[in-house]
Ligand binder design. Sequence first.
Ligand code: HEC
Ligand code: HEC
Length: 374
Amino acid sequence: MKPHMKHGTIKKLVSTSVVITILGGLYLVALAKHETRAAFREQPVTLTIGCNQKFQKYNLQAGDSYTSPYVTQQTGQTIRLAGYSEQDIRAIQRGCNIIDDTLGQDAKLDIERWNSKRYIRGKQTSCDHCHQGIGDKQNDKGQRLVGSLSMAASWSNGGDTYDRFTGLLLPFELRQMQCFINSSNGYKPNIADDIIRDITAYSRFLSGALGLKYHTRYAEQGIDEVSVSMTEKRGDDYVRGAALFKQKCAKCHGKDGRGTVVNGRVIFPAVAGPDSFNKQSRNYFRFVSTILPGFICRNMPLGQEGSLKSQECRDIAFYISNLPRPAGDREGPVTAAWQQMMMFAMPKLIAFFNPETTSAQINNLDNSQNSSPK
Ligand code: HEC
Ligand code: HEC
């Protein structure tokens, strides 16, 4: 009996120490990773071209106080705000990079603090595709535009965070998370994640740089929505929408709406298919029918914004939402599998039934009016 017991104890000792060594090892690896990532927080941020221009325009600098040249230029007044520390500056800069280049294509390393690729499923998403002007869209005169999804105005309205779709009071951070999950068809960052905090830091900076006031609703916040009552009441029409899409949108977004990517760089983002927003996004017409038409009427076709009628925007949005796209986060595996199947099969079906609309022809459509991005 005795030697057997001894044997059992030794076995236990060995297995316990193996478990402890493995867990301890993992812990040490985690600590080391944490150290590296923490060190990255202290490193200077290499800005995207767009963010570099933005911060030059707004004169972002560390100091005891901050004065925005934009406010002085627009109002003739010089307003001094609390200044930013070096650490604040880096957070603000990273926030800008995240909005401008969510997939981290300009990031040198995967672990760079602003590289948000790990939160996105598709290969084309960037917050800036919808929150244009890196969350701060303006016209040539520096005027902010109605319904331009301004990140600054959204932050400024932080005192009124009522979300009519969920009926909840959602802070700015949770609104970002919703957009990560559905509009960007990705994963939810932790609310305390640097990514979320940096976006907030950037939006708050913008709000100051534009001279916006807290707890105030501005017209550039959100979307200038287009409801049925604003149309000619002819009903939303798939056939009209399809024709308009082919004529006005396909040359940039592709005939299936799957976007144009050249050398791995997104030139025109997908509005359908695996790289687009999902079915639980508010951009999805059958979920919220006023938002996508509102976006299209104010922001598209790029270079000819405002040229479409309300009815046309609704028709196009209706058509776009009939193209297959990823399932939303609450739809379960059956819908997800079905959507995957549709995304795979649909382009082939379209080509089979419409052999005459080859992509070459679509690309030739309107080649004369060659518009360029941005
Ligand atoms: C496909 C378009 C699209 C993309 C991509 C997108 N958003 Fe949005 N976002 C929207 C729309 C539309 C709304 C307004 C929804 C509403 O009214 O509830 C919105 C709302 C928001 C809001 C709340 C705005 C407010 O006024 O309160 C925040 C914050 C936000 N988005 C952050 C982000 C971030 C961060 C990203 C990138 C990870 C992102 N969005 C990507 C379309 C998009
Ligand atoms: C000249 C090229 C061009 C044309 C034409 C054009 N777009 Fe876009 N579109 C863009 C670019 C570029 C973006 C990304 C935003 C940016 O960088 O300004 C975009 C963004 C979008 C988005 C938001 C991005 C997303 O992920 O969903 C939608 C929706 C959209 N376009 C719909 C349309 C529709 C509908 C039409 C036709 C009425 C159209 N576009 C015509 C270039 C174009």
